[in-house]
Design a protein around this ligand. Sequence first.
Ligand SMILES: [Zn+2]
Length: 258
Amino acid sequence: MTALILRQDRHPLQKLFCALALSILAVSSAQAAPLVEPTLHLKAEDGGSGNVGRVALTLDACGGQTDTRILSALVENRIPATIFVTGIWLKRNAAAVEIMRAHPDLFELENHGGHHIPAVDTPRKIYGIRSAGSPEAVRAEVESGAAALAGTGEPAPKWFRGATAEYSPSAIAMIRRLGFKIAGFSINGDGGSLLGAKETARRIAAAKDGDVIIAHINQPTHAAGEGVVQGLLALKAKGLMFVRLDDADGVGNDGTTD
Ligand SMILES: [Zn+2]
């Protein structure tokens, strides 16, 4: 805010314009509802004592390629995962889709949008990505993602996760009306795939009963992917059970699942 401090030597009229500009800014930011980043947890199981616990691994395939370190580790260690895919990623990663479809017991594919555009119905930028900007554009992003999945012969998706995992509350309500639950998370495993291997492994290995982990499977050159594998193997060694979102009741806040 320091850049907005008015200098004493300015002409009074100039000061007035600056003040006007500031008040217009204040009004428009007050009108734009704050974005939410919903959480998701697994509902506790009745009489589930004796188990170390259950966690859900969710992996986003935003665009780009496939991290085969992660994909191979999931197949070799029989770790089930829910993969949130975009239409863009599906088009460019046929070989990975083939592997996932060959293991329907391990992989559940869900909707990450058609074009990886944040499900925010007012124009703004989130982490540098331009939002959908209108209710119609949010709807198009959700529906084109579902259509892309249907085109691969996958079952119709039941869950949606928007690009950046941030939403305007009115977009959440609309996505629910379109018939999707919205997948938040409780552990940010890889910090958007930007964390180092060690920190990623530490975060994932710290998951407890009921946690929903988010990480990425589309950045094969990032160090984070190595940490994802290490963290998952540590959880498996502890005896935690991995479930997919269609195997468990997920409970989210901000009206995302109820
Ligand atoms: Zn994404």
